[in-house]
Design a binder for this molecule. Structure first.
Ligand code: PGA
Ligand code: ZN
Length: 427
């Protein structure tokens, strides 16, 4: 039973305020969570509450914190801390808006996750086990690791947001991380050899070079994989988060500022198809913008054979995912708990996706915290894939390190998803 809530204003990895929360249960168990925050947020995401005014440039979260300790605390006190579904239902009903904008999705998620952490402690279970279905084996995810950043995460050095390494040939999670780390180092070497500086890291720990074109990031990454002594394609595939919502214009055209080009949705799909023909690309995220359903339908057909992952498109929203399934758009969903605001709803998105044959990638945000519960969600929910940034910066390594420890601790009791986590066509 929930007996008390504490909340405070904390900082995320960009130094921006965020909500921290501690939930106390009657047996003495406690759980803490500090929630992340995006920079390239989708229009259809749940809404964070920010104070405005002068503190922290208007980004303070004192009102969200007060909502936790006043209204939410009163509503959830006495509820069963191990019944996530009814807790989350209570939180949604209390807020009363579809985007949780009244109490703040940051306030609501902090309570939702902290309660899950406390509930696991009360049951004496590691969190991955507490959130798993009965009898489901823990599944260590295939990591998608940020190597080169652009877009909103690196001062728009290039338009495309992320170029990632997917170590599809590795036999264990630990090997996959070691390979990704080597690829990051090899890519840095390649950039240096081209006379480009690599000392600065982007928001997710990736390299943020000033490249002449978006496509040239692929050349650099392939060279980086080779410098790492690995085979592009067989050992390490490439994933791209185009984050096209960030550069679509109101008239539906896509503007590649780096290259001074304007593309229609069809042009963009053809450009990406050309990249897929020339490089070992296994996954494309947000290839089209969040409301460009027609473009997405074209892209899903034309780029078939790759993982086509919806982030801003689906925003971890059950209705938007269902529309995608009905209209045969994409074949995978990025799952970010803070896009929807409650753990149970994020969980339902994973279930719906799997039932429809869609792959799932659990994802951190570009503004993260030192928490590691995301790793446990990936393992317990059997998402198959995870994306938390690069192999540097502690808010990133907190998640990798939790997974490394779980792999070591669980041994034969856990499976490693490996390349089989990609949608069927790509295996
Ligand atoms: P965000 O970026 O957290 O800034 O939205 C992550 C992503 O687009 O996948
Ligand atoms: Zn994205």
């Amino acid at each position: 039973t929930i007996t008390g809530l504490l909340a405070w204003e904390a900082l995320d990895s960009r130094g921006k305020p965020t909500v921290g929360c501690e939930v106390r249960l009657d047996g003495g168990a406690t759980g803490r969570a500090t929630v992340p925050s995006g920079a390239s947020t989708g229009r259809h995401e749940a809404r964070e509450l920010r104070d405005g005014g002068a503190r922290y440039g208007g980004n303070g979260v004192r009102q969200a914190v007060a909502n936790v300790t006043d209204e939410i605390a009163e509503a959830v006190s006495g509820l069963d801390g191990t019944d996530q579904a009814s807790l989350d239902r209570t939180l949604r009903e209390l807020d009363g808006t579809p985007d949780l904008g009244r109490l703040g999705a940051n306030a609501v998620l902090a309570v939702s996750v902290a309660t899950a952490v406390a509930g696991a402690a009360a049951r004496g279970l590691p969190m991955h086990e507490a959130v798993a279905d009965d009898g489901a084996a823990p599944l260590l995810p295939l990591p998608m690791v940020n190597i080169i950043s652009g877009g909103a995460h690196s001062g728009r050095s290039i338009d495309v947001q992320d170029f990632l390494a997917v170590p599809v040939g590795a036999d264990s999670f630990a090997d996959a991380i070691e390979w990704a780390s080597r690829v990051r180092a090899g890519t840095a070497e390649e950039l240096v050899s081209r006379g480009l500086p690599v000392a600065l890291v982007a928001d997710e720990g990736g390299l943020g070079p000033l490249l002449p074109t978006n496509r040239s990031a692929l050349d650099v990454l392939v060279a980086g994989i080779e410098r790492a002594g690995l085979r592009p394609g067989d050992d390490v595939g490439i994933a791209i988060d185009v984050a096209a919502t960030q550069f679509v214009r109101d008239d539906g055209r896509y503007v590649l500022a780096t290259e001074d080009r304007e593309l229609t949705a069809d042009d963009l799909v053809e450009e990406l198809a050309a990249w897929c023909a020339a490089y070992p690309i296994v996954s494309l995220e947000d290839a089209l913008a969040e409301d460009d359903w027609a473009g997405w339908r074209t892209g899903t057909e034309r780029l078939a054979g790759r993982q086509l992952l919806g982030d801003d498109l689906f925003v971890t929203n059950p209705e938007r995912l269902q529309r995608g399934i009905d209209e045969k758009v994409g074949n995978a969903v990025l799952v970010k708990p803070n896009q929807i605001g409650t753990l149970d709803t994020a969980r339902s998105v994973v279930r719906t996706a799997h039932a429809a044959g869609y792959a799932t990638v659990l994802s951190a945000r570009s503004g993260e915290t030192e928490d590691d519960w995301l790793a446990d969600l990936a393992v317990g929910w059997r998402t198959g894939q995870i994306k938390v940034g690069s192999t540097t910066r502690s808010e990133r390594t907190a998640k990798w390190n939790r997974l490394l420890r779980l792999e070591s601790e669980l041994g034969d009791r856990a499976e490693y998803a490996g390349r089989a986590a990609l949608p069927h066509a790509q295996r």
